[in-house]
Design a protein around this ligand. Structure first.
Ligand code: ADP
Length: 294
């Protein structure tokens, strides 16, 4: 069970990342968390993992009251969840088998038990044949499946996936979500952050949409179309930071994104020595297609 009660997060520099968020997620649910860059998705996950603490409000996860969790208890708490990152975070010098076994070795699990578990989870993600390979010998989708197997190695009942489909092709994205769906059908709670609307539409699941740190929609994906549409404008803008190297904005908010767009337009005008306004919409659309979720 995950319970956020009136949670707000203001970072030291004064940024309001989350604003009065109250969410209840039951065991066994599958939840998509959607929102533009800067909407507060990472902050939401970081609070859940106890990497950050709320400025106000309370968070309960399973039997833990995160506000009262002692520092030395944090590693134990984190072991109750499996985390999958967008950039896989595999160890390049270790085989697939060892990458998955690693977390269990850290906590002193016996080798025989490790072997059993690694064999089981690699089979689950369809990668038994690649156990002796190194990450760089695998495709992006395969690497993400290894990361997923690793997240499952400790038998976590809660999987948190932070844009797990961000670095894989559309077909593999589908397979990753299907895999998460199967795990969920086996009773694992899944929280998946994504900004891919198509995926959300294809899987009829609960969708929480964040916008400027607030929950603007919490319901089934069937009813979320309008809300997804309305955040689409923001999402298109979010693509800007992923493709334009001159504006390597990450986790920026809308206001500073606006500033960056203006800066970009100004610099373009200077470059072309042309007074006519630059049509930014065309630029976004073109680049979005070019970059459509590599
Ligand atoms: P998302 O994951 O949806 O892109 P984030 O949770 O990363 O959104 O960011 C929400 C807001 O908080 C943004 O305005 C971002 O710039 C800001 N922010 C995130 N992390 C920090 C931090 N460590 N310090 C200050 N501001 C931050």
């Amino acid at each position: 069970m995950i319970e956020f009660k009136h949670v707000s997060k203001v970072y030291d520099n004064g940024t309001h990342a989350l604003d009065d968020v109250s969410i209840h997620i039951d065991d066994g649910e599958f939840v998509f968390v959607v929102g533009a860059s800067g909407a507060g998705k990472s902050t939401f996950l970081k609070l859940m993992m106890r990497e950050e603490v709320p400025s106000s409000g309370s968070i309960h996860i399973n039997n833990y009251n995160l506000g009262e969790l002692k520092k030395r208890k944090i590693p134990y708490f984190r072991r109750s969840m499996g985390i999958v990152f967008q950039d896989f975070r595999l160890i390049p010098t270790m085989t697939v088998y060892d990458n998955v076994a690693f977390a269990m070795r850290v906590i002193g699990t016996k080798e025989a038990q490790i072997r059993k578990r690694v064999t089981y989870v690699l089979n689950l993600v369809g990668l038994s044949a690649k156990a002796r390979n190194y990450p760089q010998e695998l495709s992006g989708g395969e690497q993400q499946r290894v990361a997923l197997a690793r997240a499952l190695s400790n038998n976590a009942k809660l999987i948190i996936a932070d844009e797990p489909t961000g670095n894989v092709d559309p077909q593999m994205s589908l397979e990753i979500v299907e895999l998460l769906t199967r795990l969920n059908e086996g009773g694992t709670t899944v929280i998946m952050v994504t900004h891919e609307h198509e995926l959300v539409r294809q899987f009829d699941r609960r969708v929480i949409i964040l916008e400027n740190g607030r929950v603007v929609h919490d319901g089934s994906s069937k009813d979320s179309d309008e809300a997804l549409q309305s955040s689409q404008g923001h999402l298109d803008r979010a693509h800007i930071d992923s493709f334009d190297p001159t504006f390597a904005i990450t986790n920026d908010n809308s206001a500073s994104l606006d500033k960056s767009i203006n800066k970009f337009n100004n610099s373009l005008q200077k470059k072309t020595d042309d007074d006519s306004a630059v049509d930014f919409t065309v630029y976004v659309d073109k680049s979005k297609n070019k970059n459509e979720k590599q």
